[in-house]
Ligand binder design. Sequence first.
Ligand code: GDD
Ligand code: MN
Length: 363
Amino acid sequence: MNKTLIVIPTYNEKDNIVRLIEAIHGEKVLADILVVDDNSPDGTGKIVEKLSKKDSSTHVMHRQEKVGLGKAYVAGFKRGVDAGYEKLISMDADFSHPYTALKTMISLSKPDRVVIGSRYVKGGRITGWRWPRYINSWGANWITRTILRIKAKDVTAGFKSYPVEFFKKIDLDKVQASGYAFMVEMSLLAQENGFKLVETPITFADREVGESKIQGELIKSAKLVFHLAAQKKSYRQFVKFCIVGTINTGVDWAVFYPAKIVLSGLQPQTAKQIAKAISFVISALSNYIMNRKWTFRSKEKQIVKEGAKFMLVAFGGLAINQAVFYLATGQLHWRDIFGLIAATAAATLWNFFINKQWTFKNK
Ligand code: GDD
Ligand code: MN
């Protein structure tokens, strides 16, 4: 038994799979192969079954139905982990992932990192795709990378090498993606569990025989990406921060109007300014308390210091709010409502990020 297992899911790949296995052997790659076939109507499973009888490094796993690429990988990886392999590689059957890169992938692989055969780093290329598919892939990759904040260029890549340590750390039964979004979820899980994402350039060549099964996966994958984003701690915190902010805008008004009435003995302009100052301080304080307790669950003991930082950030936010509003309405001549929206958005983002990183030291 070799220490590395290459897991290749197949669905109707009879004209590719045997050639690919032979090509891998031809490269003298030190790895075993596990083909996970979803009962392909074209007989791929039977063909590999026959081959595995005389080739002791090739194995096949038959599944009753086509339930998706992600599910096929989960089943294949589980079997590989149970069998005691140290490195597990995911690879397409259609020659899109260059078998000539396998040796490099294996040599780069270490217990603390996931190696990605990447199309989008320097030296990586895609050949054979027509531009709509290219734009599609590039765009999906960019959006996914941005909203999930994955530190890799190719986050939808299917050609990867995982250390067994990764599978010991995560729970494959809890993986949510059943289809192509599986690739993204794995990249995210790797990053969140402290594994480095290391990219090595590959040339991804479109398949020459057989058909792609990606149709219908785009919407499903997009849904899962948003779902994964919503589960991220920082997004939940941001939503909480906005809710707290909205509540305290209410507090601000609820203090401002009565205060103005109480101060009505003073000159109107002065009364207004004092009332505004009072309502700002009170709403900022209640904002602080709610965010400390609920949004960031801070355990900091020096509450005065933390509170002072929060107030300082709030003043910064106020200045940004005014500056953006002035710029938008006074200089760019936007309508007041749009100026207000832009000013609120800018100040909210500032407040959120600075408070998260600096005030509450939330990583
Ligand atoms: N067992 C099983 N079950 N295998 C499947 C299934 C399934 O439901 N769906 C697809 N496969 C197999 C195919 O037979 C092939 O070996 C591999 O998974 C990739 O499928 P393709 O249909 O060729 O994918 P693609 O070329 O459109 O997509 C490639 O690029 C994407 C990003 O642009 C793949 O590399 C994806 O992994 C990648 O995300
Ligand atoms: Mn393909």
